[in-house]
Design a protein around this ligand. Structure first.
Ligand code: SF4
Length: 295
């Protein structure tokens, strides 16, 4: 058991001034509905929820990389161990990677969500204690947010992620929201929303916006077809850079479901982020019927 949370620093779409905390996708998201997917803690096998319309990109990453699963579960266990709001806030506060002032933004949850009220309240406390940092992120935990309306510090920017079990609270309380769309065209024509590519719409602006679906999707679903088109056109939000974040130097690039990922063929095996896969296992892990892996 660790008594410190591990934050990531930047990623393919976020700058190095951003520290990011992640919890296990789906397992820590009590209000997820349309996006609900979980990677099994041990095997990484993806399980979609009963209402999944588009698969959680963070669960896809956990399916591929055991080191990512371990890191997120360590964080989750540490927070659950802390229990009370004050204890959780102390844990988060002492874990913040301030790096001598280089960190300016804290994104709570590249993966996962606020899983109980004590944990949500702890983040509010930490934001109040660190007024020089800007805390931001998406959430489907709308009941926790609504309970604290009027108490959210100005350096804590939340956006309600549509597709959860409590979407009715968005209109009821006028919460700012984001919508996942299948194409840029859908965002512009149907919803008249700007598209975010780098999180700036979450922390820099105050309006509603859309993000285009990314990551491998359930085979045969509308989202799967949309992602196939996006990946084919080379317009997927993460592409190779996203996966390169988890891989080691010297690995060769391979194409999986239209995406280049960095893998190292070794006698019939493929190593992704230090994890050995056979071609069949990797195809199963990404769970997309159009996937081809060439070892
Ligand atoms: S709430 Fe976020 S992390 Fe959780 S399952 Fe949905 S998309 Fe994934």
């Amino acid at each position: 058991m660790t008594d410190i949370l591990k934050f990531g620093i930047g990623n393919a779409k976020l700058n190095k001034d951003t520290a990011i905390l992640s919890l296990p996708a789906g397992h820590s998201c009590p209000f997820a509905k349309d996006c609900r997917s979980c990677a099994h803690r041990e095997t990484g096998k993806i399980q979609d929820g009963p209402h999944t319309q588009f698969r959680c990109y963070a669960a896809n990453t956990e399916a591929l990389f055991s080191n990512v699963r371990v890191g997120r579960w360590n964080n989750f266990e540490a927070v659950k161990e802390a229990k009370t709001t004050l204890q959780i806030a102390a844990l988060i506060d002492r874990s913040l990677p301030l790096r001598g002032g280089k960190t300016k933004l804290i994104r709570f949850h590249q993966s996962g969500d606020f899983f109980n009220q004590a944990y949500f309240d702890a983040w509010l406390l930490v934001a109040r204690q660190n007024p020089d940092l800007l805390f931001y992120g998406y959430t489907k935990a709308l009941p926790f947010w609504v309970k604290r309306l009027g108490e959210i510090p100005s350096n804590f920017k939340l956006v309600a992620s549509r597709g959860g079990t409590h979407d009715h609270l968005i209109e009821e309380h006028g919460l700012r929201s984001v919508r996942v769309v299948l194409s840029e065209r859908e965002a512009k024509r149907k919803w008249k929303l700007p598209i975010d590519h780098d999180d700036t719409h979450v922390w820099k602006y105050d309006g509603d916006f859309a993000i285009v679906i990314h990551g491998t999707q359930p085979a045969g679903s509308k989202a799967g077809k949309a992602w196939y088109k996006i990946a084919k056109k080379g317009k997927g939000g993460y592409k190779a850079k996203y996966f390169a974040h988890y891989t080691k130097k010297g690995m060769k690039s391979k194409k999986v479901n239209g995406k280049h990922i960095h893998v190292k063929p070794t006698a019939g095996k493929i190593v992704v982020g230090g994890v050995p896969f056979t071609s069949k296992q990797l195809e199963k892990a990404v769970q997309y019927k159009g996937t081809k892996v060439h070892a």
